[in-house]
Design a binder for this molecule. Structure first.
Ligand SMILES: [Zn+2]
Ligand SMILES: [Zn+2]
Length: 266
C-alpha cells in the first residue's frame, strides 16, 4: 500500500527532528490527518506508523519507540537500522571526535549507574590516539548535548540521551555484549536504573516502580536470586508525565520491539 500525503507529512517531521516526544507525535498524527481530510483515530496510530515503517525499511530506516530512562517519558525516533556501527554519525563529526564519543559510551556502559562525571569524560582525551585539548573536549561535549547524543542530568553528570539509546542500541549490544544489560521487565537496554545487590538483574526506575508497586516486600525479580531489593535512593521523583510509560495504549505498545536475547554480564 502506498503512503498517503498524511504519512509523508508525518515522516517529514521525523526527518528534520530525529526524535519527538509521544505527546507531540499524537498531535502530529492528528494534524497530518486533518490537513488531508482524513479521520484520525489515536487507536490506529501504531498502524499508521507501521505503514510508514514498511515503506522506509528498504532504506534501512525505522520509526522506533523508546523511553527516557529517567523520566519514563516516551519518544518516537527515526533510526538507521543499516549500520550497527557508530560511523553513521561521521557526516557531522571527525574521526577523532567519534573516537571520543565511543570512549564516553564505553565508560557509561561500563558504569553501574549509567552516568559519568564530566571530569572523568574530559580525562578520556588522554586515551585518544590523536591529541584533543580539554577545552576542545568540553566544547565537543556541549555539541553532543546540543545534537541530542548526550544528556546532562541536574547533577551535571553525563548520560546517553534517549535518542542515542534508540539509535545505538544495537551498536552497544554488539560492542559490549558482556556489559550491556537489559531491563528485566521491558527487555530494553538499561543504563540508568536499579541493580540487584546480589545478581546482575537491572530494572529501569519506572519499571522498578511498576514492578514493586504490587509487592509488599521488594525482592529481585529473578526467581533464581530473589535477594532483597535495595531501597534505591537514586530513584528520581518524577513529575507526573502524561506520556509516561504506564499510560501507553496497547496499540502503541505494539510498536515496541521486544527482544529477549539475554547476555551474561562480566
Ligand atoms: Zn525497563
Ligand atoms: Zn538478583
Amino acid at each position: 500500500m502506498a503512503l498517503r500525503d498524511s504519512h509523508r507529512l508525518f515522516l517529514q517531521s521525523f526527518m528534520s527532528r530525529g526524535i519527538l516526544p509521544s505527546k507531540e507525535v499524537r498531535q502530529l498524527y492528528q494534524q497530518a490527518c486533518e490537513r488531508f481530510g482524513e479521520a484520525s483515530d489515536l487507536g490506529r496510530l501504531a498502524e499508521f506508523v507501521n505503514r510508514i515503517n514498511i515503506k522506509i525499511s528498504p532504506l534501512h530506516l525505522q520509526i522506533k519507540k523508546g523511553i527516557n530512562e529517567v523520566t519514563a517519558a516516551q519518544y518516537y525516533g527515526l533510526v538507521n537500522t543499516a549500520e550497527s556501527d557508530i560511523t553513521r554519525l561521521s557526516s557531522t563529526y571527525t574521526v577523532n571526535e567519534l573516537e571520543f564519543y565511543k570512549k564516553i559510551i564505553e565508560s557509561i556502559v561500563d558504569s553501574d549507574d549509567g552516568v559519568m562525571s564530566s571530569t572523568d569524560a574530559l580525562n578520556l582525551t588522554s586515551q585518544l590516539e590523536k591529541k584533543m585539548l580539554k577545552k576542545d573536549a568540553e566544547d565537543l561535549i556541549s555539541k553532543f548535548e546540543r545534537d541530542n547524543w548526550l544528556e546532562l542530568n541536574p547533577k551535571g553528570e553525563i548520560a546517553l540521551s534517549t535518542r542515542a539509546i534508540l539509535e545505538l542500541d544495537q551498536y552497544i549490544q554488539n560492542q559490549y555484549p558482556n556489559l550491556a544489560v537489559k531491563c528485566n521487565m521491558c527487555h530494553r537496554l538499561c543504563l540508568q536504573g536499579e541493580t540487584c545487590s546480589r545478581c546482575d538483574v537491572k530494572l529501569h526506575f519506572s519499571c522498578a516502580e511498576r514492578y514493586f508497586d504490587k509487592q509488599e516486600k521488594h525482592h529481585c525479580p529473578s526467581s533464581a536470586c530473589n535477594a532483597p531489593w535495595p531501597q534505591d535512593s537514586r530513584r528520581p521523583c518524577r513529575p507526573s508525565d502524561p506520556s509516561a510509560a504506564s499510560t501507553a495504549s496497547n496499540s502503541e505498545e505494539n510498536l515496541t520491539n521486544h527482544t529477549t536475547r539475554s547476555k551474561s554480564r562480566r
